[in-house]
Design a protein around this ligand. Sequence first.
Ligand code: ATP
Length: 229
Amino acid sequence: MIEVKNVTKKFGKKNVLKGVSFTAEKGEITCLIGINGVGKTTIMKAIMALTPIDGGDILIDSEKIRKESYEKITFIPDTITMPPSMKIKDAFMFMADFYGGWNQLRANELLQFFRLNENDRISELSKGNTAKVNLLLGLSLDVDYILMDEPFSGIDIFSREQIAEVFTSHLIEDRGVIITTHEINDIEHLIDKAVLIDNGVVLREFNTEEVREQEGKSVIDVMREVYKG
Ligand SMILES: Nc1ncnc2c1ncn2[C@@H]1O[C@H](COP(=O)(O)OP(=O)(O)OP(=O)(O)O)[C@@H](O)[C@H]1O
């Protein structure tokens, strides 16, 4: 489990995180929801210790993040980090060299799933296919937790559907996934837990199935209540 406890973060004078707390379980998809600029990426980077926090604690399987933790958690940013001149297959070699947990079998399976060609050059891919390669590179690491920043942002409906399909497939296995989004619409059915964020705090954290069963409400219904009062 990932535990984010009362985390605070300032950039200059701006309080970006004002005591954020939530948990994300293994085997579940947790979605951080909030409009642009509320601090979703900052939370992801704080979990990865890519940005220092001012207060609070972040635990991964009950431990503070340390060097060894990077073998069990990975962060997929919203833009691809591979050099654009690389072909997809070069990116695979790069990942295999760099990460002990690289799983080439899963990479091949994802390549087929997304109907991508390993000889294609990253700079020549469409936006949707670039997003798929980015996701593929992260999902092909044998880690317990995967953090993904806006995996559905700015891509066409068919690519979004295909990416959504991966989330419900065996390729995710029993890993814990945290994704961020500012548009919940077509991913609502995928997520197990929603964490609604605004103005540096968590307004509500809930299990989507429970709320559906017990209150008959969708994530969007709850968002309307919480954000519009
Ligand atoms: N390195 C930085 N230096 C200064 N301010 C920053 C830095 N990183 C983020 N911020 C500010 O912190 C706030 C939260 O940014 P963050 O990227 O976490 O939001 P977000 O919810 O992920 O937004 P988006 O959906 O646009 O990605 C913004 O006001 C942003 O300008």
